[in-house]
Write a protein that binds this ligand. Structure first.
Ligand SMILES: Nc1ncnc2c1ncn2[C@@H]1O[C@H](COP(=O)(O)OP(=O)(O)OP(=O)(O)O)[C@@H](O)[C@H]1O
Ligand SMILES: [Mg+2]
Length: 267
């Protein structure tokens, strides 16, 4: 496994799953072996967004029915998915044991993939924060709404203060007006960098794209349906940019698993 990238937002419904699914498709079309992990353990929608019906989900792994390797399903030749269940009680907040089991088992797949993309649920509970902290790269998704960027700030604050993560890549979505949004986001980045010991790099800025809803209705990935549209081209540019950004030093699932087994106790 060359790189684990975590996508989080704090606020729900900002477009994380749409971005992760479609970046996974684009990277796999370039020949990279990609595993997408649906980290929304109890309301998983990644399978729907990718247009597949998974036979297994992460709860089957955690309840011992199958191994994680068996639960991973092929979406296309280079793209695989570890799906999450939707509407099964008991997996909203994974236990410490379950989280560690997943770190261990995902790490064991390291030879099989070039990229592992983890799409988190909303919120800032430990299940999100610990998985986000364990990645090599930290993408934060926000809109230009104060309720969204306040939550983006909260996630970066926790990750930087608790886990010493210094570099974040910001993706801005659902923009109604590019230049207005740009001003808001530049100010947000300035304030964040002056209050927290972090570097925030804006890597992509996306307009509100009504055809995303159509791709969900058709249950096909957006970038496969609309290959020449601005959203797809912009997403391809973000993929290239993220590839060039090096991993955080001393990061990754294995490092995290061994060093931070109980970060609350280690504070
Ligand atoms: N740039 C965009 N323009 C228009 N609609 C969008 C955009 N991004 C996402 N959407 C739509 O917003 C809805 C929520 O998107 P998505 O599920 O990707 O968000 P999320 O952040 O993963 O949500 P959750 O917090 O529930 O996991 C979907 O209906 C999706 O089609
Ligand atoms: Mg989602």
């Amino acid at each position: 496994m060359k790189k684990v990238i975590s996508y989080s937002s704090g606020k729900g419904g900002v477009g994380k799953t749409s971005l992760v699914a479609n970046m996974g498709v684009l990277w796999s079309q370039q020949g990279k072996k990609v595993l997408v992990v649906d980290g929304d353990w109890s309301l998983g929608k990644m399978a729907l967004t990718l247009g597949v019906k998974p036979q297994w989900a992460v709860n089957d792994v955690l309840e011992g029915r199958i191994t994680l390797r068996e639960a991973v399903q092929g979406v296309s030749s280079h793209l695989s998915l570890l799906a999450s269940p939707s509407g099964i009680m008991g997996f909203e907040e994974l236990s410490e044991i379950h989280r560690n089991q997943l770190y261990y088992e995902i790490d064991a797949l390291q030879e099989d993939y070039d990229l592992v993309l983890i799409d988190h649920s909303s919120g800032v509970h430990w299940g999100v924060i610990q998985f986000a902290a364990a990645a090599h790269q930290h993408v934060i998704v926000t809109t230009a709404e104060p309720t969204s960027y306040m939550d983006a700030y909260a996630i970066m604050k926790i990750l930087s203060q608790r886990f010493k993560i210094r570099n974040f890549q910001l993706m801005v979505t659902m923009s109604q007006d590019l230049s207005e949004t740009q001003k808001i986001i530049e100010r947000f980045i300035d304030i964040t960098q002056s209050h927290l010991d972090v570097k925030v790099l804006e890597v992509g800025h996306f307009l509100f794209e009504p055809k995303l809803a159509e791709s969900l209705r058709q249950q096909k990935p957006f970038v496969s349906l609309y290959t020449d549209i601005a959203f797809t081209q912009q997403l391809s540019r973000v993929c290239k940019l993220l590839e060039r950004i090096p991993c955080e030093k001393g990061s990754g699932l294995k490092f995290f698993y061994s060093e931070n087994i109980n970060p609350i106790a280690a504070r």
